[in-house]
Design a protein around this ligand. Structure first.
Ligand SMILES: Cc1cc2nc3c(=O)[nH]c(=O)nc-3n(C[C@H](O)[C@H](O)[C@H](O)COP(=O)(O)OP(=O)(O)OC[C@H]3O[C@@H](n4cnc5c(N)ncnc54)[C@H](O)[C@@H]3O)c2cc1C
Length: 441
C-alpha cells in the first residue's frame, strides 16, 4: 500500500492530506503536527462572549478563492459561510493624526481629498512604460505612480498583507497580478478600468458571500480547520518530526521515539523548519519571516467604535507602532453577540526592529494607546487577548522566485518523492495555500 506522510497541520498540510485522501482512497496517509491542535496560524477563539480571530480573518471569494470555495462545498460548509457586510467595502488610512476614508468607487472618489492628491500620480501611471527587471514594491510603485502614492497607498497595503517592508518585498512575487496588468495593458489604471468584470462564470457559492467578495464562517475560520480535521480522523498524529532521511527505497521520517518509512512525503512546514529536517539551513533560512502581535479587544457596547468599515491601515511614514486595525464587529456582523464591538489590532512586522524585546503586556498597552489615539476610543474593554505570532509571515524579497527554483532543485536532488506546499513558497494567503495543496497528485 502506498504510504504518504504529510508534515505540518496548518491549512496547507490539512488540505494536502485531505486532497490526497480523496484522490487515493487506498493509500495510507498520516499527517504529523507538533502542536496539540491543528490549524497553524488559523485560530479562532470563541469564549461564549466574544469571537476573535488570532490569525487570518477572512478569505477572498474571487480569483484563487474559487479553490477554497470548491473545498468548502466538498466539506459541506456552504450553510456556514458568511460574507463581509456592505460597510466593509469602506477602508480608511490613518494619516496626519486622523482617519481618511479611501474612495471605494468613482462617486466617492470625487469627494475624497485622498483621491484629488493622487490624481497627478494616476495620470503619470497611464503613460509610464512597463518595467524590464524585477523590482521591489517601492521601486515599482514609485516608478509608476510617484513617491506620494508609493508611500500613502502601497506602503500600508504591504503592511496589511505581509507586515513587510516595501523596499525589499518583490512586486512580482507579492502582487503578480499587477505585473501581469502592467505587461498586458501597459498601465495598472487602464487594466482596472478594462477589467471591471472578472473572467469566467462566478463560483456557485459566490452569491452566498455577496458583493464584498470577502468571506468567513459563522463561527470563524476555525470551522474550515475543524471540518478538515474531522475528515482526516485517525490520520493526524500530534508529534514533532525531527529529521528526514533519504535513500533509494524512499524517505524515512524520524520522530522522537520512532522512524517511519514513507513512499512519499509532502512538506507543509515553514522553510526554516524544513531546512533543519533536511540539514540545509543555509539555503532554507534565506527566506526571512515577519513577526506580528494580534491584540483582540472586545466591548459589550456597540457605540464605542464611532465608525463603520473594514478597518484602517497606517503608512510607515506616520511612525505609529500599530500596523492596522480590523474593525471585526463591522466586517462580520453575524459573529457579534447583540450590541458588541470587536477589534483586532495588529502590531509589529518588519518595521518593528525590537519586536522580540516586547512582552504581551507591552503589545496590549500599544494596542490600547493606538485605538485611543486613532479611533478616539476611551471605554475600558471587557475582553483583551494577545497572540504573539513569531516568525509568522514569510517575506518574499526581490529574488524570491529564483530562491524557490533553487529550493525545488535541491529538494528534487534529495528525492523526487518529496513535495513542497505551504506559505513559504507559493503565496502567503490562505487561498494560495489551498490552491497549491489541491494541485498535488
Ligand atoms: C496574524 C496573521 C494574519 C493573517 N491574515 C490573513 C488573512 O486575513 N487572509 C489570508 O488569506 N491569509 C492571512 N494570513 C496568512 C495565512 O494565515 C498563512 O499564510 C497560512 O495560514 C499558512 O498556512 P500553512 O499551513 O502554510 O503554514 P502554518 O500555518 O505555519 O502551518 C505549519 C504547521 O506546521 C507545524 N509544524 C512546524 N514544525 C513542525 C514539525 N517539526 N513537525 C510537525 N509539525 C510541525 C506547525 O505547528 C504548524 O501547525 C495571516 C497570517 C497571520 C500570521
Amino acid at each position: 500500500m502506498r504510504s504518504i506522510v504529510v508534515l505540518g497541520g496548518g491549512i496547507s498540510g490539512l488540505t494536502a492530506a485531505y486532497t490526497l485522501q480523496q484522490k487515493y482512497p487506498d493509500a495510507s496517509i498520516q499527517l504529523f503536527e507538533k502542536e496539540p491542535r491543528v490549524g497553524g496560524w488559523i485560530q479562532t477563539v470563541d469564549n461564549d462572549q466574544f469571537l476573535f480571530e488570532q490569525g487570518p480573518h477572512s478569505l477572498r471569494g474571487y480569483g484563487k478563492g474559487s479553490a477554497a470555495l470548491d473545498l468548502i462545498q466538498e466539506l459541506g460548509l456552504e450553510s456556514e459561510l458568511i460574507g463581509a457586510s456592505k460597510e466593509a467595502a469602506t477602508r480608511y488610512l490613518y494619516l496626519h493624526g486622523k482617519l481618511a476614508r479611501m474612495p471605494g468607487c468613482l462617486t466617492q472618489a470625487f469627494t475624497s481629498p485622498l483621491f484629488w492628491k493622487a490624481i497627478p500620480g494616476l495620470l503619470r501611471e497611464l503613460y509610464t512604460a512597463p518595467g524590464t527587471r524585477e523590482e521591489s514594491v517601492y521601486e515599482f510603485s514609485k516608478r509608476r505612480f510617484g513617491a506620494h502614492i508609493a508611500n500613502t497607498f502601497f506602503d500600508p497595503l504591504v503592511s496589511g498583507i505581509f507586515a513587510g517592508d516595501p523596499q525589499h518585498l518583490s512586486m512580482k512575487a507579492c502582487f503578480p497580478l499587477m505585473i501581469e496588468w502592467e505587461q498586458q495593458h501597459g498601465s495598472i489604471v487602464r487594466a482596472l478600468f478594462s477589467k471591471r468584470k472578472p473572467a469566467g462564470a462566478p463560483h456557485p457559492l459566490a452569491k452566498l458571500i455577496g458583493r464584498s467578495g470577502i468571506f468567513s464562517f459563522k463561527r470563524g475560520l476555525q470551522q474550515l480547520v475543524d471540518a478538515l480535521e474531522k475528515r482526516l480522523r485517525g490520520k493526524i498524529v500530534h508529534q514533532e518530526v525531527k529529521q528526514l532521511k533519504f535513500d533509494r527505497g524512499g524517505i524515512t521520517v524520524v520522530l522522537e521515539d520512532r522512524k517511519i518509512a514513507a513512499d512519499e512525503v509532502v512538506s507543509a512546514l515553514p522553510a526554516y523548519t524544513l531546512g533543519k529536517l533536511v540539514g540545509n539551513t543555509q539555503l532554507m533560512n534565506r527566506l526571512p519571516f515577519a513577526s506580528v502581535a494580534v491584540v483582540n479587544v472586545g466591548y459589550h457596547q456597540a457605540q464605542v467604535l464611532p465608525y463603520q468599515g473594514f478597518g484602517h491601515l497606517i503608512p510607515s511614514n506616520q511612525h505609529e507602532q500599530v500596523l492596522g486595525v480590523i474593525w471585526d464587529s463591522s466586517v462580520f456582523k453575524e459573529q457579534n453577540q447583540p450590541g458588541q464591538t470587536r477589534l483586532a489590532v495588529v502590531i509589529g512586522g518588519m518595521r518593528m526592529r525590537d519586536f522580540d524585546c516586547h512582552s504581551q503586556a507591552d503589545f496590549v498597552q500599544m494596542a490600547l494607546e493606538g485605538i485611543h489615539k486613532q479611533l478616539n476610543m476611551t471605554a475600558k474593554p471587557d475582553f483583551i487577548s494577545c497572540r504573539i505570532a513569531k516568525n509568522a509571515i514569510p517575506q518574499y524579497f526581490v529574488g524570491h522566485a529564483d530562491w524557490v527554483k533553487e529550493v525545488e532543485a535541491y529538494i528534487k536532488s534529495l528525492s523526487p518523492q518529496l513535495s513542497l506546499v505551504g506559505n513559504s513558497f507559493y503565496g502567503i494567503s490562505v487561498n494560495d495555500c489551498i490552491v497549491k495543496a489541491r494541485s498535488l497528485h
